[in-house]
Write a protein that binds this ligand. Sequence first.
Ligand code: NAD
Ligand code: UDP
Length: 317
Amino acid sequence: MKRILVTGGAGFIGSHVCARLVNEGHHVICLDNFLTGCKGNIAHLMDGPRFELVEHDIVHPYPIGPVDEIYHLACPASPVHYQRDPIKTMKISVLGTLNVLGMAKKHDAKILLASTSEIYGDPLVHPQPESYWGNVNPIGIRSCYDEGKRCAETLFMDYHRQEKVRVKIVRIFNTYGPGMLSHDGRVISNFILQALEDKDITIHGDGSQTRSFQYIDDLVEALVKTMNTGDDFLGPVNIGNPTEFTIKELAELVVEYTGSRSKLIYLPLPEDDPKQRRPDISLAREKLNWEPTINLKKGLSRMIAHFKEKEYTHELK
Ligand code: NAD
Ligand code: UDP
């Protein structure tokens, strides 16, 4: 049994990671300040003897006890949330990451960073391999997140080179599934909720921009596999589903699978919204022997069923 810290453990991805690690028999410490996560996501774990909750903001140091591994996920991830207080977002990515790397150094823990496809910005290379350095606007409204995560990757590599910390960097592409808040604001949860209520489906721009959507279970499997690689594998490694859809195609699929009467409406495209995104996952296939198993049809059906059965009452702070 390992002692494993999951920062951001009450969030969408973090709560699935915590559940997986508890089920594997580990002792899990979930550190979260509920900025964009909620207690409902971890309620089913709270009574278990191997789960601990620490309510703390990682921007400030925390005297964690010994841990063997750290999954560092704490950071708002949806554009509407990370843009609400961009200075705070940058502090979380930079100061928060420094604090968590300090914990890893102190306890000689292996540490994994939840980085993002956003570090490629509005990519000029398609699909995106890890070797691509990206096309990020450093002064735009998405920069707090994109540049924050680029800095977090830099800190990870420098702690590895200078302090010999055992690091892993995972670049996560758009992921969806149960556990996303109704107010999350990302495209799949927005469209499903709109469709279930027969409200207008809000497409940004003309809907020709693309994304490649990965179901949460595939991501969790890849995160655990990456953590379990040898110390010589640092990444960065792309983790995502390489099947690409336009946002308009996504809207049409959601309407079809929900049997909704919703109409598609077109709103202005937000500034710096990437035009295309698809991961090259050759490295993950080779090093992790991993590839996604859940296609969009199956994943959307599961998420629609989940949103139908669960009443979403979680409000953000
Ligand atoms: P989320 O917003 O659901 O979860 C983030 C969690 O971190 C929340 O529980 C939040 O309360 C917590 N948190 C935020 N700031 C904190 C702070 N200062 N101190 C302590 N806890 C804090 O988002 P998610 O989709 O689960 O994303 C998790 C991680 O994965 C993020 O780092 C994100 O950048 C990364 N990621 C996610 C996606 C995706 O598609 N979901 C894609 C790329 C990268
Ligand atoms: N989007 C949209 N309608 C919405 C929310 C998002 O058309 O209600 C678009 C958004 O502009 C982007 C794509 O869907 O082009 C994915 O957005 P999301 O916020 O989910 O993730 P990201 O842009 O970070 O990939």
